[in-house]
Write a protein that binds this ligand. Sequence first.
Ligand code: DAH
Length: 346
Amino acid sequence: MEELEKLDGILNDAENEMKDVDDLNELQQRKANYLGKKGIIASIMANMKSLTVDEKKAIGMKSNKIKQDLEAFFENKKKAIEDAIVSKKLESETIDVTLPGYKLPTGGIHPLNQTIMDLEDLFVGMGYKVAEGPEIETDEYCFEKLNLPKGHPARDMQDTFYINPELLLRSQTSPVQVRTMLEEKGEPIKIICPGKVYRRDADDATHSHQFMQCEGLVLGKDITLGDLKGALLEMFRKMLGADRNIRLRPSFFPFTEPSVEVDVSCGLCGGKGCNTCKHTGWIEVLGAGMVNDNVLRMCGYDPKEIQGFAFGIGVERITMMKYKIDDIRNFYTNDLRFLNQFKEEK
Ligand code: DAH
């Protein structure tokens, strides 16, 4: 019987045909070619009408067996293909846990903040406390109690942003002196006050409408100008190098008497004279002096009992000297090429 022979060869055919198939859709199609309604098995069965009952029976039994075998074969093949797909996927998604990780971008400490931290460290080491005050200040604290009454010509030294006649953006950190004195009510004081200040200046290489100062104030019995010089010399040597020297020149500030301008020896030429120090060997860096009696009295201190000194460090100034920066605007334009130079590698 032709049909029985045909059936015998089918499983073999299917196995050969499926050897290289690795795709589930294709498997589905080929399976239908054999077992579907119009598939090979179905067409064999359709031709049985002319056969005898015995023949039909033999072919029926055989075809059932072949059907089962084919089902089992395609099922196994399907599993094999699915396994292969998963293995391939796992292989392509393998993670090499020994590879170094990606570095997260981190920020750095801004050079001005670094200077303030350094100043705080070294002054706290000398027994100072760190004080703070508001950036929006009253005219009274920023000027009047510092011996600068309204209309005083020295107010012109600091072109100020006024909010109204009584309120302003502080043009110096000196009002923190006033606030601290009023709080301490005649007791000794040893503070520094770092912070932002504002002035109506046009920005250029050496001016900024907003910059930073670090005020210092020491009040106590028998504090002298010599103590001031000692504190500042210590500060400059720690900040800029042990070979630095300072000198004091007479100057004027309404809140100090006597007032001094402090020069530090030039770091580029070592004091011999160069373009940076205009061939003097010295660079002017800050203002200071003995706290004016009027200020002491206005802030509740008796000048006969307690005296002291004050100073105002320009934070940008000292940072520019330390790192040899020639344009103050670099601190405020947030150019990463500039800022990254100060970043510590982690
Ligand atoms: N406040 C002054 C300024 O901004 C700096 C200064 C000078 C502060 C002398 C002081 C001082 O405490 O004693 O120009």
